[in-house]
Design a protein around this ligand. Structure first.
Ligand code: FAD
Length: 405
């Protein structure tokens, strides 16, 4: 019998790995060390339906406790791994116990960047959003008529803005960069998403940073912005990115670079230790990247399961992502980093469109806004190595589906 597998982190990646391993008939002993108190659950609804109070925690949980019992998976909830002794293959836990492993998988995710205390980050009324407890606190604060400042125009900030408007709050969103979504999308996509938020009454200010948040008796009262405005506010939502939870690996002498560096099999330099999901930095083509998505968490977790069950296939990411804002669904296929040209194609209905990313004439990504067909066609093409020319995408008379053959 193969020795014990210990998985650290009961999020999307850790769960995907153990579920697939059991589905493949692998019966080795498994212990899941999960820092949170809840059974493993999915995060995407936390900035969408869950925040809107349209969904409850029981719907986010992947499997009931009985499933773990039936699958002979030992669950250690509310327990953190604190140190790895690689020579002894032993993990220390916050409970004071140790766990011996034959294989260790780190699936520790990421932590939102907090606003420094010197800028008002510790005031009452300042929120970040990563787990369900964060979402519960924020949902309680999001009362109609309240004034919210959202700091950061990435997906979390934009989704929170949409929910806040939906709940009847006044919303100002500031983005320090020249445009929202600058890190992850082309200007054409930023334009479409900006137009959406402006049409819903968000006061959206790009190229605008935060000087500081100010409070009274520890309670948030106002924000001073870099454009000179002093804005009275009741709550602030900080969406300024995340830091990978890679300290365990780093302290054990493994390579990290805002993420745990792994190879195409998700293995670290220690053959007994893997890293998957948001905490891993992995090869993608010629680049080393960290992918913060359900797609990567699930696919990389399942790829490691297949490897542990006797497979040999490396993991090739096929990135896709989605974001829900108001009644708009943004779907993204591929990875647009390094593009040198985009083509915007109007969609079938008002408010729908797609942005096609090319590098040296080859399609590398598609952002589809309320345009499921463009998403499906683009994704299939990217995954099968087919590419339309930019001119074909630009030709409104051409049905792109025809190019799939
Ligand atoms: P996580 O799900 O973060 O799980 C890591 C777990 O490890 C956490 O529970 C953490 O507490 C635990 N942990 C950390 N350190 C330790 C330790 N030392 N010991 C024990 N446990 C530890 N992706 C999409 O594709 N589409 C979306 O629309 C989308 N929306 C999102 C909305 C929100 C609000 C958030 C926060 C994320 C969203 N994502 C979305 C991203 C997606 O949820 C993540 O990419 C995914 O959860 C990553 O899975 P993971 O298992 O790597 O990390």
């Amino acid at each position: 019998m193969t020795g014990r597998l210990v998985v650290v982190g009961g999020g999307q990646a850790g769960f995907a790995l153990i579920a697939r391993l059991r589905a493949l008939g692998d019966r080795r002993a498994i212990t899941l060390v999960a820092g949170e108190a809840s059974l493993p659950y999915q995060r995407p609804p936390l900035s969408k339906k869950y925040l809107l109070r349209d969904m409850t925690l029981d719907r986010l949980i992947y499997r009931p406790e009985s499933w773990y019992r039936d699958q002979a998976i030992e669950l250690r909830l509310s327990t953190r791994a604190t140190a790895i002794d690689r020579a002894a293959r032993r993990l220390s836990l916050s409970s004071g116990e140790t766990l011996d492993y034959e294989t260790l998988v780190l699936a520790t995710g990421a932590t939102p960047r907090h606003l420094p205390e010197s800028l008002g980050g510790a005031l009452d009324g300042v929120y970040t959003l990563r787990d369900f407890a964060d979402a519960d606190r924020l949902a309680d604060a999001m009362q109609p008529g309240k004034r919210a400042l959202i700091i950061g125009g990435g997906y979390i900030g934009l989704e929170a803005a949409a929910v806040a408007r939906g709940l009847g709050l006044e919303v100002t969103l500031i983005e320090m960069a020249d445009r929202i979504l600058q890190r992850v999308a082309a200007p054409a996509t930023s334009d479409l998403v900006r137009a959406l938020h402006l049409s819903r009454g968000v006061d959206l200010r790009e190229g605008t940073g935060l000087r500081e948040l100010v409070g009274e008796e520890g309670r948030l009262r106002a924000a001073h912005l870099s454009d000179g405005t002093e804005l009275p506010i009741d709550l602030a939502i900080v969406g300024i990115g995340v830091t990978a939870n890679d300290a365990l690996a780093r302290e054990a002498g493994l390579a990290t670079a805002n993420g745990i560096v792994v190879d195409r099999h998700a293995r670290t330099a220690d053959p007994a230790i893997f890293a998957i999901g948001d905490c891993a930095v992995l090869p993608y083509g010629e680049m080393m990247v960290r992918l913060e998505s359900v797609q990567n968490a699930v696919d990389q977790g399942e790829a490691v399961a297949a490897l542990l069950a006797g497979g040999t296939e490396p993991y090739h990411p096929k990135p896709w992502f989605w974001s829900d804002q108001y009644d708009t669904k943004l779907q993204i296929a591929g990875f647009g980093l390094g593009h040198d040209r985009t083509v915007t194609r109007p969609g079938p209905r008002p408010g729908s469109a797609s942005v096609w990313y090319f590098r040296e004439g080859t399609l590398i990504a598609v952002d589809a806004i309320n345009d499921a067909k463009a998403y499906v066609v683009g994704k299939k093409m990217i995954e099968s190595g087919l590419s339309p020319t930019p001119e074909q995408v630009d030709d409104q008379t051409l049905d792109l589906k025809a190019l799939l053959g």
